[in-house]
Design a protein around this ligand. Structure first.
Ligand code: ADP
Ligand code: MG
Length: 640
């Protein structure tokens, strides 16, 4: 009895339909997913000419029975779904039964497959959707799909393909990221016989990240550990996903569900100019999801400049019932049943880890990030070179011309790559008398800030301080900005803001625009420490202001707040607005650069900074403290 069935119309019609074969990488994605669904532990991909001339994926999965192999090329033929109810809890990567027929209709395809329970295998050859041959053959168990001359019969589609290198880069990115989702499996990618990726089974995601991206990248990443959050399900059910209108929560469904998040995110100092370095897997399915991208950006809010993005590798696991994967033809988008719960869980989990780890940016001029840039304009590594390699963005649609790249410089990694090999001197004892922790290779934590001894200032702007783990430079303005920012938010949250009344109310003229913005934010403005009142036509009276702000800065501050509120008015949440106000107040009230500080003030500033939640960056995302570690100092003096 075969396993594959043609889905009845009533099921087929509920499936997000559409063309899934847009470029070679989309073929690779569908075939890799089939191999994973077939339980394969070894997945080998060979390509030639960026996948246009040849794409071959071989696996050691369950194979197909002879009758199934023929049926697999019918539209909506699948072994993964039976009825409408199955659509509610899709546990496999595929479910539409569309990939094989779609690929076979735009290429010359050879399927070679054998299920272990059958003695002989099956070979099927199809060109442009026409069956040319189907015969028995002696084959190893598992499946090999060879796709040649992709789009040979669809010239219009062929025209949209980019260079071989770009197409290959997309394939490499996919293969790499699927290998990250399955550390226990073997993934190999070769281009015309040259190995690009070779990942042998390892025991953990951490080892796989190391294997694929290298040790330098590892230093820039913060592991999330295993974060979980329980969702209490309300009864009766929340509105069902659109595609499955007849769904209602069953009485036997559990009262709560657990969401789990693991993976890695980059230190805030690793700043990418686009979202291409964010990889999100939901139940091990690689997806692009606006909701989760937004959650990630919110986690880095006020830790990174607004137009920058981190590197992230996230694995979200939840019950299949909690996520509808049947919303997009290429299955790259999902819809969560409890969107805001998932959003807040991911945001909070990331934020808590970022705050907890307080990573310190290293003072290492000229360094670039050890994490790969995912940019399709990058050439692939030299033939034969294995990962860690620059890999491109993940996209199944042909990419637009690459935008110019901005690089925000130093990431927190050791120096050794760029520096010339030091002349080794004999050091008297093992570490020149330095404690082993002083020689730690990985960047240290900002928790050390509390123990620093201030030595003085440079240009009356930067505090130089000595610590157990090296030399520190702290930007006094942004450090104070961070302290005040958190203080203002704390006071606002507790409803006890420190204010000072002005001797004379300050009267400001407003433009029509400013008047509108003022009306919109007046409530929040007053809650955060101002006392303001409209004072006749387009005039505003300020009677009191947050205690930290000096009267000289007040006028500028209010105009700035009204302007920022205007620029960002659309799509700004109450929380964003509050943070924006706090950032503006902190910036105006903070110690300026070119200000002399005595020893006591410097000590106070460092201690107060150490006590903040996020001493690593100012509310606008700039770094606050740089560390020149003892290890770097020893290296530079050729002592190690
Ligand atoms: P779907 O994956 O959505 O079911 P596909 O067109 O990709 O649809 O594949 C159709 C069917 O062919 C699958 O349901 C599966 O039974 C079978 N199949 C495809 N690829 C493999 C493979 N590598 N190993 C075993 N079976 C496979
Ligand atoms: Mg499939």
């Amino acid at each position: 009895m075969g396993r594959i069935r043609v889905l009845p119309d009533q099921v087929a019609n509920k499936i997000a339909a559409g063309e899934v074969v847009e470029r070679p990488a989309s073929v690779v994605k569908e075939l890799l997913e089939n191999s994973l669904d077939a339980g394969a532990t070894r997945l080998c991909i060979d390509v030639e000419s960026g996948g246009r001339r040849l794409l071959r994926i071989a696996d050691d999965g369950c194979g197909m029975l002879r009758d199934d192999a023929l049926l697999a090329f019918e539209r909506h033929a699948t072994s993964k779904l039976r009825d409408v109810k199955d659509l509610l809890s899709i546990a496999t990567l595929g479910f539409r039964g569309e990939a094989l027929p779609s690929i076979a209709s735009v290429s010359r395809l050879l399927l070679e497959t054998r299920a272990p329970e059958e003695a002989t295998g099956t070979q099927i050859e199809i060109a442009g959707g026409k069956m040319l041959r189907c015969q028995e053959a002696a084959l190893a168990s598992g499946t090999v799909v060879t796709v040649r001359d992709l789009f040979y019969n669809v010239p219009a589609r062929k025209k949209f393909l980019r260079s071989d290198q770009t197409e290959l880069a997309h394939i490499a990115s996919l293969a790499t990221h699927y290998s990250l989702a399955h550390p226990g499996k073997t993934f190999e990618l070769t281009d015309s016989g040259n190995s690009l990726l070779r990942a042998t089974p390892v025991g953990s995601l951490r080892e796989r990240v190391y294997q694929v991206f290298g040790s330098q990248a590892m230093d820039e990443l913060i592991p999330l550990g295993a974060c979980t959050r329980e969702l209490r399900l309300p009864a009766p059910s929340v509105p069902p996903p659109e595609a499955i209108a007849e769904y209602r929560r069953e009485p036997d469904e559990p009262a709560s569900r657990t969401f789990r998040l693991t993976g890695f995110v980059s230190r805030p100092q690793v700043q990418k100019s686009n979202r291409n370095s964010i990889f999100i897997f939901v139940n091990r399915r690689l997806i692009r999801d606006r909701l989760l991208l937004h959650a990630i950006s919110s986690a880095y809010h006020n830790l990174m400049p607004p137009a920058c993005f981190p590197f992230a590798l996230l694995f979200l696991e939840c019950d299949c019932e909690e996520v509808d994967v049947n919303v997009h033809p290429s299955k790259t988008e999902v819809r969560f049943r409890h969107q805001s719960f998932v959003h807040d869980f991911v945001r909070d989990a990331l934020r808590e880890r970022l705050i907890e780890s307080r990573p310190a940016p290293a003072f290492s001029p000229g360094q670039t990030s050890g994490l790969p840039e995912f940019d399709s304009s990058l050439p692939l590594p030299e033939s034969g070179l294995r990962s860690p390699a620059p890999l491109p963005e993940f996209s199944l649609a042909p990419a637009p011309a690459p935008a110019p790249r901005f690089d925000f410089g130093a990431g927190g990694i050791p120096l050794d790559a760029a520096a010339p090999a030091p002349v080794r001197l004999r050091v008297p004892d093992t570490h020149g008398g330095f404690p082993p922790e002083a020689l730690a290779a990985s960047p240290s934590s900002l928790t050390a800030l509390g123990d620093l001894r201030p030595l003085g200032q440079i240009h009356e702007s930067f505090i130089i301080a000595a610590g157990r783990d090296g030399l520190w430079i702290v930007d006094q303005h942004v450090a104070h900005e961070r302290i005040l920012f958190e203080q203002v938010l704390r006071q606002r949250a507790s409803g006890r803001v420190e204010m000072q009344s002005l001797l004379m109310p300050m009267v400001l003229q407003l433009t029509a625009e400013q008047q509108i913005q003022y009306a919109r934010i007046a409530g929040e403005l007053n809650a955060i420490g101002f006392e303001t009142e409209p004072f006749g036509h387009r005039t505003l009276a300020i009677k009191a202001a947050p205690a930290a702000v000096g009267p000289a800065d007040l006028e500028k501050l209010v105009y700035e707040i009204l302007e920022n509120a205007d620029a960002e008015s659309r799509g700004l949440s109450m929380d964003d607005l509050r943070r924006g106000l706090a950032a503006s107040i902190a910036c105006r009230a903070a110690i300026k650069i070119n200000t002399r500080l005595d020893h006591k003030k410097m000590e106070w500033l460092l201690a107060a900074l150490a006590a903040t939640d996020c001493p690593m960056s100012c509310p606008h995302g700039r770094p606050i403290a740089l560390q020149y570690s003892t290890r770097e100092i020893l290296k530079a003096f050729h002592r190690i």
